[in-house]
Design a protein around this ligand. Structure first.
Ligand code: SAM
Length: 299
């Protein structure tokens, strides 16, 4: 799948031409609703490089109809024109898919379960085997809040165990989101759900109402552009976070990912999904905590 999730600021030369897709959309009329919505998605794929073909159709159509309604576009042709000429509307469309939405310690109960159950089990197992390393992947990390939250939890859990070697790989298909993640400057408002003790210990001020994770935390996370459907170069992982990406995928593509995750994880390794996401393939993992969608690889 070639997904490119970012808005260009100005229409490219190609975008200023009238595309046959647009003409068809215009002529087809509102009765062929689904067909027209599909044509808008084709247009987005061709001109913006965003291939949403693996994403759930009903979800996409619902969001698209909502955008058309909100913009008061009179039909699909007009909406395509809007997408062509207004980078702002393209951004609104992406926002409507909540493609990049994230936050520090998103769903605090999930991070609490990782801190209280997953990390202690994992660390104890590693110590018993004399393998003092933790290998973690945040596989759709958006602008970095998720892997930095994980780094903080791991640093806390390993406070006195300095011999442990920790690697956190964080990847996303969206280059722009990753640039933000590497820059790591977050408005104070984005830290509103974080305990003040944690902020004091693991964040530094970087200007007016702006904070960044401390050097110690930032050095723990290695960012890279990566499409989750392509081969991931690191194996023998202990913990994979894949949160709030599967909601956009159909069942077949999600199942493919569960197989990949199972192959990349060590025996007994953990997989954490988004709270509204479903593990379709029950043979590969057992639930550790169903409410928080934490699963453990079957050995
Ligand atoms: C809603 S965000 C989730 C961020 C974070 N995991 C969380 O739960 O807060 C979804 C992320 O998935 C990324 N994404 C979408 N398709 C992807 C793909 N094929 N490979 C890697 N990342 C992808 C998007 O760029 C976006 O940053």
């Amino acid at each position: 799948m070639s997904v490119k999730i970012h808005a260009t600021n100005a229409p490219t030369p190609l975008e200023t031409k009238v595309h046959p897709v647009e003409r068809k959309v215009f002529l087809a009329g509102p009765k062929q609703d689904e067909e027209n919505l599909k044509k808008i998605l084709d247009f987005i794929h061709e001109y913006k490089g965003l291939d949403l073909s693996s994403y759930r159709q009903n979800f996409l159509y619902r969001r698209l109809r909502l955008r058309i309604f909100s913009t008061k576009a009179k039909g699909y042709f007009e909406y395509i024109n809007l997408l062509k000429n207004s980078p702002e509307e393209y951004n609104n469309f992406l926002d409507a898919l909540s493609i990049n939405v994230t936050e520090f310690f998103r769903d605090p109960d999930v991070f609490e379960a990782v801190e209280k159950v997953v990390l202690p089990q994992l660390i104890a197992r590693k110590e018993a085997r004399g393998n003092l390393s933790l290998r973690v992947w945040s596989s759709a990390c958006a602008s970095g809040e998720e892997p930095y939250s994980l780094a903080i939890l791991i640093r806390q859990s390993l406070e006195k165990k300095i011999a442990f070697l920790v690697k956190i790989w964080a990847s996303d298909i969206d280059r722009h989101a990753l640039e933000k993640a590497k820059k790591a400057e977050y408005p104070a408002q984005e830290l509103k759900n974080i305990d003040s003790k944690i902020i004091k210990k693991y964040f530094i001020s970087c200007g007016d109402n702006c904070y960044r994770p401390s050097d110690e935390i930032r050095q723990m996370v290695k960012f890279q552009v990566h499409n989750i459907f392509q081969r991931f170069p690191f194996r023998c992982l202990d913990l994979i976070f894949c949160r709030n990406l599967l909601i956009y995928l159909d069942r077949r593509r999600s199942k493919e990912l569960f197989h990949t995750f199972s192959q990349l994880l060590n025996p007994g390794g953990y997989l954490v999904l988004g709270k509204v996401e479903t593990l379709w393939d029950r043979g590969l993992f057992v639930p550790l905590n169903l409410r928080t969608k934490i699963y453990q690889k079957v050995d």
